[in-house]
Design a protein around this ligand. Structure first.
Ligand code: PLP
Length: 437
């Protein structure tokens, strides 16, 4: 599965060899490995706007965008200036700061949450939200959907999408059965399954957690009204509805997925989780929701949650500046770029006779190498991962860096300009032919 190093990648190869000697798989998060597509991960030296530059001096249009955070593109001058100014004032105090208040106010201004607690990763956000839901309701059972990834907390590492799907890991050793025994996993978009599980276990269910629009099995949007149905069903049974917007939040609209369904239909989740964009590329994440639920959190209430670096001043400066610059024009631009790329993919794949379905929520999209739309994890799993590997490498050779997995979303940024889009469009026909071969 490991092709010989291509000329022009010798420094990446050297670093990868060094990395593998000291770090499992040579990477600090499994999704960065090329195991699923073969070859050597590109070690990146710098990034600017829509472009990555590797240590061998090769440039790539970036369609990973750090797996979501880089909404404005890399090294945006105002974000860089805010971070530099923050660093110069000290890196961490362990006491409250004005920046934390401003970032939380910005989140509350964009979403239906009433109170927010800042943390440092999406995993922490979902883990804390689950603990809070259990503490608030006094119940233990958690309902999730197959193919939804909520971070690497034990309780939710069951049929979890993302890297587990990429590497065909159904669950993971190291998670005791007792940790997932209270987690019930359902097929996504399946109202009958949700009704059945609440009918049977309703009085034991603390919460139902879902990706607001799943992006970790590729993008599988909720059927119209599905999120509202989940909110209503949870409420009828006294369970909390947790909408995980770590990936979609502040990306697919000014607020996130909720801006496209909840705000229109008039419902709100009990708790929400955020990350990625709200940190502007630094480690910041959050969970928040109903004031009465959040009142159960220490120090106001008995449910404990804490973090040495939570609300870190540099991360909050990057996140706040990113959100302040994420104007309606930015979201309109993301949509235009995504439309151009989707049209290019459709044309190239059709010409190459390659079966494909493009699924989106807002500007976030995935290309499934199948005939049938995917409405759940089983459908998403039917994508032709081997064909994706050939496609991925043909794109990479032509200067476009896609996620090294068939089961991930493609992300664009405000910095994807005509030159970046044209580079992708120029690469697509030959890459589609390579995948069809
Ligand atoms: N929730 C969702 C929907 C995610 O996509 C992710 C990460 O991809 C997480 C939670 C976990 O976030 P983190 O990787 O910051 O821990």
């Amino acid at each position: 599965m490991t092709p010989a190093p291509t000329p022009g990648q010798s420094r990446s190869q050297e670093l990868f060899d060094r990395a593998r000697a000291v770090t499992p798989g040579g990477v600090n998060s499994p999704v960065r490995a090329f195991n699923a597509v073969g070859g050597t991960p590109r070690f990146i030296r710098s990034a600017q706007g829509a472009w990555l530059t590797d240590v061998d001096g090769n440039d790539y249009v970036d369609l990973i965008c750090s797996w979501g955070p880089m909404l404005l593109g890399h090294a945006h001058p105002e974000v860089v200036a805010a971070v530099q100014a923050a660093v110069a004032r000290g890196t961490s105090y362990g006491t409250p700061t004005e920046g934390e208040v401003a970032l939380v106010e910005e989140i509350i201004g964009r979403t239906p949450v009433e109170k927010v607690r800042l943390v440092s990763s999406g995993t922490e956000a979902t883990m804390s939200a689950i603990r809070l839901a259990r503490g608030f309701t006094g119940r233990d059972v958690v309902v999730k959907f197959a193919g939804c990834y909520h971070g690497h907390l034990d309780a939710l590492l069951a049929s979890a999408g993302s890297g587990l799907t990429t590497f065909s890991i159904p669950g993971t050793p190291g998670v005791p059965e007792s940790s997932t025994a209270l987690t019930l996993v359902l097929p996504y978009n399946d109202r009958v399954a949700v009704e059945a599980v609440f009918a049977e276990h309703g009085d034991r269910i603390a919460c139902l957690i879902t990706e607001a629009a799943p992006g970790n099995m590729g993008v599988v949007p909720p059927a119209p009204g599905f999120n509202q149905f989940l909110a209503d069903t949870s409420r009828q049974h006294g369970a909390l509805f947790i909408s995980d917007e770590v990936m979609t939040g502040f990306r697919v609209s000014r607020s996130g997925q909720w801006g496209t369904d909840g705000a229109v239909e008039g419902w709100r989740p009990d708790l929400m989780t955020f990350g990625k964009v709200m940190g502007g590329g630094l480690p910041a994440a959050a969970f928040g929701g109903r004031a009465d639920v959040m009142a159960s959190l220490a120090p106001d209430g008995p449910v404990y949650q804490a973090g040495t670096l939570s609300g870190n001043p540099i991360a909050t400066a990057a996140g706040l500046t990113t959100l302040q610059l994420a104007t309606p024009e930015v979201y309109a631009h993301l949509d235009t770029v995504a439309d151009a790329l989707r049209a290019g993919v459709a044309e190239a794949f059709t010409t190459a006779g390659l079966p494909h379905v493009i699924q989106s929520t807002g500007s976030m999209f995935s290309v499934f190498f199948t005939d049938e739309p995917a409405v759940d994890f089983a459908g998403a799993s039917r994508t032709d991962a081997a064909a994706y590997g050939a496609f991925f490498h043909a794109m990479l050779d032509r200067g476009v860096h896609l996620p090294p997995s068939a089961y991930e979303a493609w992300f664009v940024s405000a910095a994807h300009d005509e030159r970046a889009v044209q580079t992708v469009l120029d690469a697509l026909p030959a890459a589609a032919q390579a995948a069809a071969a």
